[in-house]
Design a binder for this molecule. Structure first.
Ligand SMILES: [Cu+2]
Length: 127
């Protein structure tokens, strides 16, 4: 049911309405400006898809404080995510579905593998 106002809209109403609809735009602009605590660069989350016995993309570049989320998309082949060297991160066990997220706080190159498929190698570059 539609409720109609009995009196016609007062003059200036259209202008007031457009000013109100401009408010969310200002909020979006503030988000785009990316006010990140501490660092001057906005934190982001990048995705790596695990499919066809590959990490795609093989290299992701992010800024410090950003995240990488790995998404398991190989229904019939289990995989894992395991860092190499001293910078450690490792997904729990091997699996076929789900996701795993790591927050990278320090700059550097983080190489990782799937421990059951020797050819599955990739890296995260944090600036
Ligand atoms: Cu694998």
């Amino acid at each position: 049911m539609i409720r109609r106002s009995r009196s016609p809209a007062p003059p200036g109403m259209n202008r007031r309405r457009s000013r109100i609809s401009a408010l969310p735009l200002a909020a979006v602009a503030a988000l785009v400006a990316g006010v990140a605590p501490g660092a001057g660069v906005a934190a982001t989350t990048k995705r790596v898809v695990i499919k066809d016995i590959e990490f795609t993309p093989a290299t992701v570049s992010i800024s410090r404080g950003s995240k990488v989320t790995w998404l398991w998309r190989d229904a019939n082949v289990p995989h894992n995510v395991a860092s190499r060297g001293t910078k450690r991160f490792r997904s729990a066990g091997t699996k076929n579905t789900g996701s795993y997220t790591v927050t990278f706080k320090k700059a550097g190159t983080y190489r990782y593998v799937c421990t059951i498929h020797a050819n599955m190698r990739a890296k995260v570059v944090v600036r």
